[in-house]
Design a protein around this ligand. Structure first.
Ligand code: 5GP
Ligand code: ZN
Length: 114
């Protein structure tokens, strides 16, 4: 089975622009940024969508949020603010089927999102 593109980043087969990494998560800059900071934080373990998450994955998802917090700190966004987005399935705009949290900031983020 061919690994998904984000799994290839975890394995090192593809080398993204890494911002932060720990045992559980990898954070790298989005190829097509929608804001001055646009980083994707992914769990190193593959899940296609958030629908696959089980109660035992709750801590891992907390680590994803902490990874985003770290990214914001690194890019100097902690005070001005940043947005964390998880798209689930096509209807929400998901195009890569390995869970990823978008961290967006460095410009005014409007609400509601499109
Ligand atoms: P989604 O639409 O699934 O929520 O977000 C997928 C994101 O992955 C998009 O923002 C897209 O620009 C980004 N992306 C897709 N392929 C690559 C890639 O090969 N490298 C990086 N760094 N980002 C990618
Ligand atoms: Zn994957």
């Amino acid at each position: 089975m061919t690994a998904c593109i984000f799994c290839k980043m975890v394995s090192g087969e593809i080398q993204p622009d890494v911002v932060y990494e720990d045992d559980d998560v990898l954070a790298f800059r989005d190829l097509n940024p929608q804001a001055p900071t646009h980083v994707l934080v992914i769990p190193k373990k593959h899940y296609s969508t958030t629908n696959e998450l089980q109660p035992e994955d709750a801590e891992l998802m907390g680590r994803l949020v902490l990874g985003a917090q770290k990214v914001a700190e690194i890019d100097g966004l902690s005070e001005q603010g940043y947005r964390m987005v998880l798209n689930c399935n096509e209807g929400a705009g998901q195009t890569v089927f390995h869970i990823h949290m978008h961290v967006l900031g460095g410009r005014r983020m409007n609400w509601p999102p499109g």
